[in-house]
Design a protein around this ligand. Structure first.
Ligand code: HEC
Length: 255
């Protein structure tokens, strides 16, 4: 992992970042101040540019068709000195009005975008709940198949195939349910087994490996769902169980 990645991960875990993430109005507020600052700077640049292009304010050049500047011998009369920005800004009552209107337009256009961006991310607790249900469903389907394969069990090939197909699809979707804000496991904290995450922080640090394991397990489940004989099916189901356990050993906290 590159050091910039490490730095970002560290930054993401700091108390300040966690506080910012947990307060709903914080990001929109920061975005608003940010945009206001951009509008102020760009507005000021725009005012100066318009002034220097002589598109606003009093022209410093003679009007087109007007009298050319008077000649004194070989020398042209020096052009009127360009006003210093400080003096210009002091006199710029009208321009200030234009700039603040522009800034207001800008703000009213961009603030809702900032808020909409915030709304576009579902709450972390909903995502955690959804992925736990996905895993719980994988577990139920796996149980069904393993029960069929126990010595006293009754194997129904069609049903086994359906269960394994479901496991395969869910394992494909599962790794897409780990946005950074759902990295919430901490040692020594009381957790609600039904609602809180048990996903280890290492999962985000080695996401590439986690993703590969999920994809590989999904593929094994798919192959098992296509097995034609019990002889083919059994070792593939065992391989799938090994993949469950191996991933849990790295990325699932026991409590
Ligand atoms: C690629 C990694 C990976 C694979 C493969 C995987 N799991 Fe999981 N599993 C996880 C993670 C991560 C969690 C914790 C999710 C959370 O709490 O946010 C989890 C949680 C669980 C849970 C607890 C669910 C709950 O309600 O909290 C069960 C049960 C489970 N897995 C069963 C299985 C079974 C059965 C398989 C194999 C068919 C499997 N898992 C394959 C990563 C994996």
């Amino acid at each position: 992992m590159t050091s910039i990645n490490q730095f970002c991960l560290w930054l993401e875990q700091t108390a300040l970042s966690e506080t910012i993430r947990s307060i709903a109005w914080f990001v929109p507020a920061v975005q608003t101040v940010h945009i206001l600052a951009i509008a102020t700077v760009i507005g000021a640049v725009l005012m100066l540019s318009l002034r220097l292009l002589a598109l606003v304010g009093h022209p410093t050049r003679p009007p087109v068709g007007g009298r050319p500047p008077p000649c004194r011998g070989r020398y042209m009369e020096p052009a009127a000195p360009v006003e210093s920005p400080a003096i210009f800004l002091r006199r710029a009552g009208l321009r200030r009005l234009i700039a603040s209107s522009l800034a207001a337009c800008w703000l009213s256009a961009t603030a809702p975008i900032a808020l909409a961006q915030e709304d576009a991310i579902p709450p972390a607790k909903d995502t955690i709940f959804a992925r736990k249900i996905v895993m719980g469903t994988i577990d139920m389907n796996m149980d069904e198949v393993e029960t069929m394969l126990t010595p006293g069990g009754k194997l129904d090939q069609t049903e086994a195939r359906e269960h394994l197909d479901i496991i395969s699809v869910l394992l494909m979707a599962f790794p897409h349910m780990f946005p950074a804000a759902t990295n919430q496991w901490k040692p020594g904290v009381d957790r609600d087994a039904a609602l809180d995450t048990f996903a280890a922080p290492e999962l985000w640090a080695s996401f590439g490996d986690f993703y590969k394991r999920a994809t590989a397990a999904s593929k094994v489940a798919f192959d098992a769902s296509r097995a034609k004989t019990v002889g083919e099916l059994k070792p593939l189901v065992a391989e799938l169980r090994t993949a469950c356990n191996a991933c849990h050993a790295s990325y699932l906290k026991a409590q």
